[in-house]
Ligand binder design. Structure first.
Ligand code: ADP
Length: 294
């Protein structure tokens, strides 16, 4: 029957983000546990997040955090009952490794799964626009999945027609140069290209761990950050880094400043860093790393 809010018992707090709160809940009278996300503030358009979730997260993609139901809390706030990811975010995983980044086989598995998640989203007309280690969740089976559609945009209308969407949303450190232009908009290709840049920064960060990509005096000032991303060379690994040629090449393909020069998701799926990984060994290493941090 219909799920009622009063049937959910709170077990623990999982996270408090910019626009709401996530708690671990149990469905009364059963052993089923979920993550309940309640959006408090309407600055990020929580109604939009519910619409996106219905489009992309109720269809059971193994690369997207599942959504079992969308409803309203007793205080009439938008509420979402999500698949519980018991290992939390990849940023938490790296933090609890003492800031050590992921080794390349595990990282290639993360990249492959994010790309598969982007295929799922983009083919349904959704650009995520906030891809970052905070928004990639893990579980004890070793799965990693994309979450948090609070700033996502729908670039295909009900009849499949293209729409221009705002891309000047999201977290500035992960934003591609073209998104810093005032009132930046893009059609399907441009919106998807924005996610590719976000993936490139995410992959760099997951490799580097707590070694920052950009110096703190840059990231602490929006103006400086914008200047460096718009007018500087794209971020790349220092020469002294142990990153392989494949990893460097993958990141370079993602971090092309001109969105037309940037690789597409389909091209990246065929990139040797991802396509030539030993999938079995990569998956095993990723699961071991996740479980060690729990
Ligand atoms: P916000 O839009 O407020 O940033 P998120 O959807 O990113 O909210 O969730 C905030 C945090 O809550 C995440 O970084 C994660 O730690 C935790 N969280 C969110 N969804 C889940 C989930 N399905 N399972 C486990 N933890 C979750």
């Amino acid at each position: 029957g219909e799920l009622r809010f009063s049937d959910l018992d709170e077990i623990a707090e999982l996270g408090a983000g910019a626009c709401g709160e996530v708690t671990k809940v149990r469905l009364r009278g059963s052993s089923a546990v979920f993550a309940l996300k309640i959006a408090y503030y309407d600055n990020n358009d929580p109604e939009g997040e519910m619409v996106v979730l219905r489009r992309v997260a109720q269809s059971g993609s193994p690369y997207i955090v599942g959504c079992h139901a969308t409803f309203r809390s007793p205080a009439d706030e938008p509420a979402m009952l999500l698949e519980l990811m018991d290992a939390g975010s990849l940023s938490r995983v790296v933090r609890s490794r003492g800031g050590r980044g992921l080794p390349e086989p595990a990282l290639a598995e993360v990249a492959a799964r994010c790309l598969a998640g982007l295929v799922h989203l983009h083919s349904r007309g959704v650009a995520h626009l906030d891809l970052k280690p905070d928004n990639i969740l893990a579980n004890s089976r070793g799965d990693v999945k994309i979450c948090d559609f609070s700033v996502s945009r729908i670039f295909l209308g009900p009849d499949g027609e293209s729409r221009q969407v705002s891309i000047s949303v999201g977290s500035s450190e992960y934003m591609s140069p073209e998104r810093f232009k005032p009132n930046a908009h893009a059609g399907p290709h441009g919106a998807c290209a924005a996610d590719v840049w976000g993936l490139g920064i995410t992959v760099m960060e997951l490799f580097l761990g707590d070694t920052p990509i950009l110096p703190a005096d840059v990231t602490s000032s929006w103006d400086k950050l914008m200047e460096v991303i718009l007018y500087g060379k794209p971020p790349s690994f220092p020469e002294s880094s142990s990153a392989s040629g494949e990893l460097r090449g993958f990141v370079t393909s993602c971090l092309q400043k001109d969105p037309k020069q940037r690789s597409t998701v389909a091209q990246l799926l065929a990139h040797p860093f991802v396509a030539r990984r030993d999938a079995e060994a990569s998956r095993h290493q990723l699961r071991e790393i996740i479980v060690e941090t729990m």
